[in-house]
Design a protein around this ligand. Structure first.
Ligand SMILES: Nc1ncnc2c1ncn2[C@@H]1O[C@H](COP(=O)(O)OP(=O)(O)OP(=O)(O)O)[C@@H](O)[C@H]1O
Length: 681
């Protein structure tokens, strides 16, 4: 494989990232411009009728506003309606237009929109950290709307621009290896033969081998962890072994949850670590290690605390003051205090970070101000196949590390890309970006460049019954993936509570085959959005009769004693998800319903997969992606039930054909009777 020219790689990435951001902005702009606030609220993208219930100062001296239902409108109701806003979302806070507001007036109101990041979501409140320091929040009824998130793009743009401009003489050895300009040095067999003193006695051989390999690799090592194989388990031991060698590590993941997962599991081992990131975004168990909490509890913190209190008091007095001149004066004082606060906080933070041997942050969080001038030996990235390559360059360029360890599974879904199927990209001629696409992760690229030379695979999985394991192992993991002793024969009937022995609870794989052309899919146009306007409210597929079979199957599991919370139903289509929600959510309280993509990384005792597609043309759409199917079929521990039309699905791809053949030969095959299904409906 030819070496990659760094400036042209960076240039391509920049163009692809710009297209991606455009696609995201276009989608949000279309949504907010063409839909009334009430429609956006129904789609979970906005919350209406809010008022400020408190305001205080958070880390970095940022202004935090707490919003709750406006009592003047909501009366005694305090719980926020269902919404889809999550911590980390970028939102706009503004005065709520009265339904009949003209378009022009609405645009004017939106211009006054204040932007911020959601930092806390509870049943009754949402807290937003405002982007700008001195803002005046309107006193009337407010609403909150989700906006496109360009923060991560800004960081990725910065690092790619840095790569673009970096003279070759400044390229580190690691960089040269990652771009194929110098070849990765192979690990010597004698390095792998040496035995290590293991800290965790439960590690299996493939995990031990992967750890030794990563420790011995001079520049880059990939730990390939198929579903349930203990990737994180392995990383914990690897991190502890690195500490024994007195190495300093920057540990990252693409999402907050991926990073928190590691912090929680490192925590019992008393590792000197700090977790960067806003505390409201972190899991409760992780807070003790968060920089924000440490800055409050450490010795240096006392100095900072006084100023923080003073700032809070001033903020409160602003809200009580109506007089414009007085407000302006108080803002001025807050500004001065904030300056002082930031200086003291920075030195407190700096000493805390400097003392930590392990620093943990999201990939883009690692580019933040706290890590400027900090030096690390190794960058570790968990869930690396879910991260854009440009994201991985954030810690690589800030840390000065000479070694990179990536853990992931390139055979599960890559990060979601919007620009590849956006309208704008289809209508405009595509820029010639060679074979670089945003979907190609750094993990993929390393496999392409070096293959097995830089990789070790974990081969024992601790999740699935061996019959559930059989197809993905054979079709995707070279038959190397094996079920661990403790899980390979576990059935629903063996759950640690009372479950009857039935044809379902004694069977690990069931296939309801709807072939025959009676269970046709439907194309929904979704909500009141004009077709093709947006993927969020737009066209999707559903299959009501198939959903009825799902319901029947869930019912029989629940009748046998399986708890609803131990069951999940997943499907590739939002349209089908809506149909399933209607049918199952209230009847089986606690059941989990989700898209396949959203369920990556999760597991359940029993999983029902609704494939939806059934048509005379044998079109399979989303299902053609084998990584999506891999995720779907590897979520269950004890019971996998597939509902689908083998005639349609089996002709979708070679992979689908072999899956259908596998199910026909190995699953407990069932053919639904349409009259039965209609009667039960
Ligand atoms: N050597 C081992 N012995 C016993 N159990 C193990 C071992 N390694 C991992 N496990 C168990 O397997 C499960 C999965 O481990 P972990 O969460 O580390 O996996 P993962 O590969 O990160 O997960 P995912 O498949 O979601 O990516 C956990 O319950 C863990 O305790």
């Amino acid at each position: 494989m030819a070496p990659i020219d760094v400036p042209s790689f960076a240039d391509k990435q920049l163009r692809l990232l710009a297209a991606e951001l455009n696609a995201e902005l276009e989608e949000t702009a279309l949504l907010t411009a063409t839909h009334a606030p009430s429609t956006l609220a129904r789609a979970g993208l906005a919350v209406l009728n809010l008022a400020v219930s408190a305001q205080r100062t958070g880390l970095g001296g940022k202004s935090l506003v707490e919003l709750s239902l406006d009592p003047a409108i909501a009366g005694t109701e305090t719980q926020l309606p269902e919404h889809g806003l999550r911590v980390g979302d970028i939102v706009g806070v503004s005065e709520q237009p009265k339904g009949a507001e003209k378009k022009k007036e609405r645009q004017d109101m939106e211009k006054k929109q204040i932007q911020g990041v959601v930092v806390k979501v509870l049943r009754e409140i949402i807290v937003v950290a405002l982007d700008k320091d001195e803002v005046d929040i309107p006193g009337g009824k407010l609403w909150l709307v989700k906006l496109a998130n360009d923060v991560t793009y800004k960081r990725m743009n910065q690092v790619m621009t840095k790569l673009l401009k970096m003279p070759e003489s400044e390229h580190s050895t690691l960089m040269r290896v990652l771009f194929g300009q110098s070849l990765a040095v192979s690990v010597q067999p004698r390095d792998l033969a040496k035995d290590l003193e293991w800290l965790d006695p439960s590690l299996n051989d493939s995990q031990k081998e992967a750890i030794k390999f990563a420790l011995a690799s001079p520049e880059v090592a990939l730990i390939h962890g198929p579903p349930g194989t203990g990737k994180t388990h392995t990383l914990i031991e690897l991190i502890r072994q690195c500490l024994k060698q007195d190495l300093r590590l920057l540990v990252c993941g693409p999402s907050n949850i991926s990073v928190d997962n590691i912090v929680e599991r490192l925590s019992p081992h008393k590792v000197p670590m700090v977790r960067l990131g806003h505390p409201a975004r972190l899991l409760p168990g992780v807070l003790n290690h968060s920089l924000d909490i440490l800055t409050r509890t450490s010795d240096a913190a006392a100095l900072v605390k006084d100023i923080r209190n003073e700032m809070d008091a001033k903020q409160a007095s602003i809200r009580k003051t109506r007089n414009g001149r007085e407000r302006k004066a108080i803002y001025g004082e807050i500004k001065e205090l904030r300056k002082d606060y930031r200086q003291r906080e920075a030195s407190c933070v700096d000493s805390l970070v400097r003392e930590s041997k392990v620093v943990l942050a999201t990939l883009h969080g690692s580019g933040g101000f706290y890590l400027k001038n900090q030096k690390f030996d190794i960058v570790v990235v968990d869930e690396a196949s879910q991260a854009l390559e440009a994201q991985c360059w954030v810690p690589l360029l800030t840390s000065g590390a000479s070694k990179l360890i990536l853990a992931g599974d390139h055979l599960q879904l890559p990060p979601t890309i919007k620009s590849s199927n956006s309208k704008s990209n289809k209508s405009k001629p595509k820029a010639d970006l060679g074979d670089v696409s945003l979907e190609t992760t750094l993990f993929d690229r390393m496999l392409d460049l070096y293959g097995d030379d830089v990789k070790r695979m974990l081969t024992i999985q601790y999740r699935m019954h061996e019959k559930i394991n059989a197809f993905p192992s054979a079709a995707l993991y070279e038959s190397k993936l094996k079920a661990a002793e403790g899980v390979k024969a576990r059935l629903l009937k063996d759950l640690p509570y009372d479950v009857e022995e039935t044809e379902d609870t004694t069977e690990p794989v069931v296939f309801w085959d709807t072939q025959g052309g009676e269970f046709y899919e439907k194309t929904d146009d979704g909500d009141d959005a004009p077709k093709s306007k947006s993927s969020l409210l737009g066209e999707s597929k559903s299959n009501e009769l198939e959903a009825a079979i799902v319901k029947k199957h869930v019912q029989s599991l629940v009748d046998a004693g399986v708890k609803a919370e131990d069951i999940a139903v997943v499907t590739p289509y939002n349209g089908q998800l809506a149909v399933l929600s209607q049918l199952l959510k209230e009847k089986f309280v606690g059941i989990e319903l989700g898209s396949i993509d959203g369920f990556q990384g999760r597991e359940k005792e029993a999983v029902v997969v609704s494939l939806v597609r059934s048509n005379a043309e044998h079109e399979v759409g989303f299902l053609a992606e084998k990584r999506r199917l891999n995720v779907a079929m590897t979520r269950p521990k004890r019971h996998l039930c597939v509902v689908g039309d083998s005639e349609t699905v089996g002709r979708g791809s070679k992979f689908l054909k072999s899956w259908m053949e596998f199910l026909e030969e190995n699953a407990d095959l069932r053919y639904p009777d349409l009259d039965d299904v209609l009667r039960e409906e």
